[in-house]
Write a protein that binds this ligand. Structure first.
Ligand code: NAD
Length: 380
């Protein structure tokens, strides 16, 4: 058995960091040298940076359409394996992305990743209700974990996932890509800028028209309807806009217009979030409407996103004019940002605790919708 010991992992981290340092000094040296007018072609090639080996668990639309392509752009990690129920699909991925077939796992063989020192990180992209099981399996195999949003179906599962990663001395990060998007970073910055913030009146809507039978409408796999899938973006952005966690929520579920489809999950929902200091967020999510809007305003300024939460093409205006940032690959920046924090031994920018915070709020919203009462939130 060749389990990665703390020693072997720290040695690998050392080699990787030494490679980064060597590449950086090569780049600096090249710049100084080129400034002297010497021919740059005589320079030696930079030493390669050791990228973290990342395995995607779940090869559905997000992994296939966004994460795998982004992993061709990442600087700090590369796709070296998959976890899938279908070995033939794993073999296609191995061929397409040039990794060995020994790095194809299924959900019952994840423990064997402990014997594979090439794997540093497992990115769990399965249906929500399976996140806890797959994150815990990856942590037990000694791997850092990235888990898609929403973190799990319940706060209780979030606690188990955080404990498993803590026990394994591995990091747990959530798929909150918008923390790496320049427009949403600007939202966070303006919220803290005394010339613009604080924002006290927040509103947001996020939804799409869901058609066909899929895990998203089956409660055991989804944990809920559009609130878990799309509304979570509004919940999260409201916390970014207020730089705070809400203290209470109210909620009302819409009457179902397609009750044959949305049997055990909500079809659409309105909710409010009360923040310390008096800020209020008024929000909506839906599986029968296509929208994506977010607005935060205060006495001194405002910011408005429409569309607000997509992978690209966000349109954002502020009280001092429109914003125009160059296009960014949110997924590549997200994964590289997490790798950077692992390499530096720092806390993740999007840690498991942040995913848990959002699940406390979501559980509160469902409880408020069910009881019709204002629900106070407790985070511990
Ligand atoms: P999907 O249905 O396209 O893919 C799900 C994958 O899980 C499939 O490969 C499927 O084979 C696999 N799977 C494993 N066990 C399964 C089981 N028992 N039942 C069903 N599928 C099983 O879903 P998706 O849209 O890729 O979403 C996956 C996760 O990613 C969800 O948690 C979702 O919320 C999240 N997501 C995040 C973003 C984002 O922008 N961050 C975008 C889309 C999806």
């Amino acid at each position: 058995m060749n389990h990665p010991t703390p020693h072997s992992l720290s040695r690998r981290k050392f080699i990787r960091n030494a490679s980064i340092a060597a590449s950086a000094s090569w780049a600096l040296g090249r710049r100084a040298w080129a400034a002297d007018g010497a021919p740059a072609l005589l320079m030696p090639a930079p030493p390669p940076i050791k990228k973290y080996g990342l395995v995607l668990a779940g090869l559905g639309s997000y992994a296939n359409g966004m994460l795998a392509p982004a992993l061709q752009e990442t600087q700090q990690c590369k796709l070296i394996g998959v976890v899938t129920r279908r070995p033939e699909v794993g073999a296609q991925w191995a061929k397409k992305y040039n990794f060995p077939e020994k790095n194809i796992y299924n959900y019952d063989t994840m423990a064997k990743m402990a014997d594979n020192p090439d794997i540093d990180i497992v990115y769990v992209v399965t249906p929500n209700g399976l996140h806890a099981e797959h994150v815990i399996a990856a942590a037990k195999a000694g791997k850092h974990v990235i888990c898609e949003k929403p973190m799990a179906n319940s706060v209780a599962d979030c606690d188990k996932m955080i404990s498993a990663c803590r026990d394994a001395k591995r990091t747990l990060s959530i798929g909150y890509r918008l923390h790496f998007d320049p427009y949403h970073r600007e939202l966070t910055r303006l919220a803290r800028d005394p010339g613009v913030g604080p924002f006290t009146k927040i509103s947001g809507e996020n939804g799409f028209t869901l058609n066909g039978d899929q895990w998203r409408i089956h409660h055991p796999l989804s944990g809920g309807g559009p609130l878990m899938d799309m509304g979570i973006y509004v919940v999260h952005a409201a916390c970014m806009a207020t730089n705070a966690n809400p203290i209470a929520v109210t909620a009302t579920e819409h009457p179902k217009t397609r009750p044959n489809i949305f049997v055990d999950v909500e079809e659409a929902l309105d909710w409010t979030m009360e923040f310390p200091g008096g800020a209020v967020a008024t929000c909506q999510t839906s599986y029968v409407k296509n929208y994506g809007h977010f607005r935060a305003e205060g006495a001194k300024g405002w910011i408005d996103f429409q569309p607000a939460f997509g992978y690209n093409g966000l349109k954002v205006t502020t009280s001092t004019g429109p914003l125009d940032f160059p296009p960014t690959n949110q997924q590549a920046k997200h994964m590289d940002g997490i790798c950077q924090s692992i390499a530096e031994g720092k806390a993740s920018i999007v840690p498991g605790e942040m995913g848990r915070r959002d699940m406390v709020i979501i559980e509160g919203i469902y409880a408020a919708a069910q009881s019709g009462k204002r629900v106070e939130l407790k985070y511990s």
